[in-house]
Design a protein around this ligand. Structure first.
Ligand code: ZN
Length: 117
């Protein structure tokens, strides 16, 4: 550190990271978005595995992208749930286990189609 005074040091760090950010802005944004996508995917896998990991109607479990979490409340959609914190997700699953079920995209759509009829 070039400064002993904490105020000056803080100012220096602020300028240093400001320069660093401006220089590497594109790269930083890409890295953050890659990391967020990874976290979201990990959370999604966790949620689906916690709830059985396969469609409760037909047993489909080939591809996680084709599995949805159906919430009988539908107050929180799974797509929103995977954006929440780990603590929230774990609590939500524990408290709402009976209301949540994993469905494949076909069974999920069939279910909501019946709702609309
Ligand atoms: Zn199914």
């Amino acid at each position: 550190m070039p400064y002993k005074d904490p105020k000056k040091q803080k100012q220096y760090m602020k300028e240093y990271f400001g320069r660093y950010y401006r220089k590497n802005r594109k790269w930083i944004i890409t890295q953050v978005s890659v990391r967020n996508k990874k976290y979201k995917r990990e959370k999604r896998e966790y949620i689906i595995n916690q709830l059985g990991g396969k469609c409760v109607e037909c047993g489909y479990n080939k591809c996680i992208a084709a599995l949805d979490v159906h919430d009988e409340d539908s107050s929180i959609k799974e797509s929103h749930l995977s954006g929440k914190s780990w603590t929230f997700i774990k609590q939500y699953i524990n408290n709402n286990r009976k209301k949540l079920k994993v469905l494949c995209c076909r069974c999920h759509r069939e279910l909501h189609h019946e709702d609309m009829m």
